[in-house]
Design a protein around this ligand. Structure first.
Ligand SMILES: [Fe+2]
Length: 311
């Protein structure tokens, strides 16, 4: 049977009480958000006639999500991360700010405190038996399009199994493997030697994949490399590049792929190139330049503060 009670005074009063709006104290912003979200959920229960069984399945799901530490994985899977990017893009457009290098989602796997070096870093510890050497380099440009020395380029990516150091269930990776901070040299350039990452999927038995299955969606990401770039007088840029040619490049469950962020990995086999790059054999090369935007009225109006692991 379908009943309609949402719009009654009783329910509307109850929502205000449950959100603390009739109480002194607490946090007005939290009250405002909870009141709105509760109202939308109550209304959804009524409009969709959500049953008690369905509701309690949802509660159990949230418990499972937290127990598995997967809230930060479900978030991009349901598009929230990309939606926040779309909102920041729209705010920038309204301010007339052009992002020559598009932003894209951070994801949940950054770790603060990676080793720092100037100009160049070796990122991998050489222990991945399937690792194919990658030379990744580029120039950081300031808001006027000039090469920017002394910018901080933070790069992190997965190994060939799709696992990140500090989050590797096999325990095989050392701390900060494939995580480095490179300070650009006097020509604004950064260069790293690492290995080509693999794409990865959500834990197959986890709650994120469980929900994606219900939506008829896969939980795979293409091979990608994360960046934070920061420099004096500029806004911090959060982005990723995708390795071109991955079957999931344009079918990313986390919706991070964007035009301008798909980069070819060019294979080099000739001995000259191998020698010039000081590597042991054939290697891939990716070139990616990034352009920063200047502060808005002296502040980074788009910087994101979120809980992050720091070691
Ligand atoms: Fe990632």
């Amino acid at each position: 049977m379908e009943v309609k009670i949402f719009n009654t005074q009783d329910v509307q009063d109850f929502l205000r009480v449950a959100s603390g709006l009739e109480q002194e104290g607490g946090n007005p912003r939290v009250k405002q958000i909870i009141h709105r979200v509760l109202s939308d959920l109550y209304k959804a229960i009524e409009d969709l006639n959500i049953t008690s069984d369905e509701y309690w399945a949802g509660v159990a799901y949230l418990n499972q999500l937290g127990a598995n530490q997967e809230a930060g994985l479900l978030s991009p899977g349901l598009g929230f991360d990309h939606y926040l990017d779309m909102r920041m893009d729209a705010e920038d457009a309204a301010l007339g700010i052009e992002n020559a290098t598009p932003r894209t989602i951070e994801g949940p796997l950054y770790v603060a405190g990676a080793p720092e070096s100037v100009g160049y870093a070796r990122m991998d510890d050489g222990s991945d038996p399937n690792g194919h050497t990658l030379i990744l380099h580029g120039t950081i440009f300031d808001a006027d399009g000039k090469p920017l020395p002394n910018a901080k380029v933070e790069i992190w990516h997965a190994n060939t199994k799709g696992f990140y150091s500090h989050f590797d269930p096999t325990g095989e990776q050392q701390a900060f493997n494939m995580r480095r901070s490179i300070i650009t040299d006097e020509n604004g350039q950064y260069r790293v030697r690492t290995i080509l990452p693999a794409g990865y999927g959500c834990p197959p038995e986890g709650p994120t994949q469980q929900l994606l299955n219900q939506l008829g969606r896969h939980g795979n990401r293409p091979a990608h490399i994360h960046y934070f770039v920061s420099a004096d007088g500029h806004r911090k840029l959060t982005t990723q590049i995708n390795v071109a040619g991955d079957p999931y490049t344009y079918d990313d469950f986390a919706y991070a792929t964007r035009e301008g962020l798909v980069v070819d990995a060019v294979e080099h086999t000739d001995p000259e190139a191998i020698k010039a790059n000081d590597v042991e054999g054939p290697f891939a090369e990716m070139v990616f330049d990034l352009k920063l935007t200047r502060l808005v009225d002296g502040v980074d109006n788009q910087v994101v503060d979120r809980p992050r692991l720091a070691v």
